[in-house]
Design a protein around this ligand. Sequence first.
Ligand code: TXE
Length: 479
Amino acid sequence: MSDSAASAAAALLDRIQAPAGSGRDIPDAATRETIGRAPVHSVAELDDAVARAKAAQPAWEALGHEKRIELLLAAADAIDANAESLAYLLSREQGKPLNGPNARFEVGACSAWLRTNAATVLEPQVIVDDETLHAELVYKAAGVVAAIGPWNWPMMITTWQIGPSLRMGNTVVAKPSEYTPLSALALLAVMNEVLPPDVLIGISGDREVGARLASHPDIAKVMFTGSTATGRKIIESSAGNLARLTLELGGNDAGIVLPGTDAKEIAQDLFWGAFINTGQTCAALKRLYVHDSVYDDVVDALAEIAASVPIGNGLDEDNVLGPLQNKAQFDIVSRLVEDAKASGGRIVTGGEAAPELGELFYRPTIVADIGNDAALVQEEQFGPALPVIRYSDVDEAFGWANGVDVGLGASVWSSDPDAAREAATRMQSGTVWINSHGGLHPMVPFGGVKSSGYGLEFGVEGLKSVAVTQVVSGPGRKA
Ligand code: TXE
């Protein structure tokens, strides 16, 4: 990271942070030094933001698709032009390293997603076209969209929410997580260099502001990514404003390695499927079931990678894993690993904090010989600790994999692609990957089942989810 990127990041930060002496200090996730002050907006300021977004919406919708496409492409260019300073800020606030599938990757995904949103077309659907009736389903803007995001991929997930919303003619009020407000606000500031006023407004506040935003009478749609508990509250508040919801909630993704699979062939992809963003990823591999015949080989191959992968301060170009983002998450991971040890799990590598690296660092951990009922298996750890469970009966492995109340992603691993494909659909999850885990594409729909939420993001389905439908019904061809 060059000095010029650091000073450009400081200038960007100055555009968004609260005036000196106000706001809330935000720490660097790795060093815990203060990096800036997040504004703490009040409920009254939120109400004003929603009113401004509502006033701006008709003109934004009236601009039409072509003009909005042009502006979204310009926003993507603005992100690319600021990519290094955005990545620098993101790396410090979130903790993810610049290098690897981390901060630069996340910023790149934001512009890539916006370009795909711009290029995606949602055509009216002709339902009946005969002598007596012509009926079409057309898609229109919903109104003002609330975008409420988490702290793990704060820029990318915010982009997933706002890109399709803007594309369809909605205006947006975005409320980033209180853990990572600066990253999201910086992204919005860069996009707002090219967007008309009040089309995209960032509000940074505490949970009370999030609750007010979701329940606001002028919010037509809530795009939410976060915990299942908060998702339930948003569902309750939607009884008041009838807001449409897309909820991407917690997961506890399982992977199953089938008999006869070559451990060396899959080890790298397995490792990154679980440890991407130091395990703090919605659709990361969080429980791995491995057949007895290949169990020791898979555990050894994973442990070898985990023990050697560079971890540390994200601004150091060598590192590809970082700290946990916050103390609450660090405590969850520590508790679950200690519980795993107490219940007989074998720590193959890691299994402890790495205080010499900083307060919130935890060594990449592989836990073997652990029972399916251990808390580390049954609860979402959301961190760098992977339990590997041995099985000998494939049906039992699928029973275990499906035996939780969440279902975001899942994966099946095999050297035999036909066997893997056949097995894949037995998984109860919104997505099932074959020989990989967690890869996303801006045109391929993504969403969960069971308590992982509902609604699809990305591609044409993603545009539909931020639109309202209208049936236009008229005389048929020969009427
Ligand atoms: O999520 P929350 P947090 C999981 C992960 C983590 C846990 C908590 O296991 O430990 O969730 O993370 C706003 N109405 N995931 O605290 O509490 C809040 O201000 C409306 C899974 O970040 O759900 C923040 O902006 N909004 C995950 C956002 O909701 C409310 C990603 C998320 O907060 C609100 C991240 C309310 N009543 C964490 N209360 C995944 N699977 O993607 C709070 N908020």
